[in-house]
Design a protein around this ligand. Structure first.
Ligand code: SF4
Length: 148
């Protein structure tokens, strides 16, 4: 049993109101139980929503209070991201999940790559806020783009 970014399974929960269906994830769902989660929705953000990125850091620095998450209009949405991460961890703990498959580049779900905070599409190494919290709690992170 694994936790997975819901948008990879075809759920229309992305900021644009669409999904990021990943065929490898869909195939994996036919072989084992995947639990879909959308941390940004769990944190109370609407769908569709204004695009958000981590400013000057990554999920680890947000958890440490050294960076924040802002939307493209400059509004601070760090509290919603932290809440979504905590709710996602609650689900992972409830089901004893040991692995999370995350959407590449996401400020919540990115596992090893996130957007750089400039809203230009550029990516940098690092994980999103939820991915970082799951990792802190011993859950293995797998980026969608590394699935076989
Ligand atoms: S928060 Fe995660 S699951 Fe939700 S839309 Fe973004 S990448 Fe997908």
């Amino acid at each position: 049993m694994k936790l997975v970014s819901a948008c990879l399974l075809g759920i229309n929960c992305r900021w644009k109101g669409n999904s990021s269906t990943n065929d490898n994830v869909i195939r994996l769902a036919q072989l084992e139980l995947l639990i879909p989660v959308c941390p940004e929705q769990l944190g109370g953000l609407s769908t569709p929503r204004i695009r958000q990125e981590i400013e000057n850091g990554d999920g680890e620095s947000v958890l440490g209070g050294k960076s924040r998450v802002v939307n493209s209009e400059g509004k601070d949405v760090t509290a919603q991201f932290l809440r979504g991460a905590e709710e996602t961890l609650r689900i992972a703990t409830m089901f004893g999940v040991r692995e999370f498959i995350g959407k590449a580049g996401s400020p919540s779900c990115g596992c090893g790559s996130i957007h750089d905070g400039s809203f230009s599409g550029k990516q940098i190494p690092g994980s999103g806020v939820t991915a970082a919290l799951l990792h802190r709690n011993g859950i293995r992170l797998v980026s969608e783009d590394t699935l076989p």
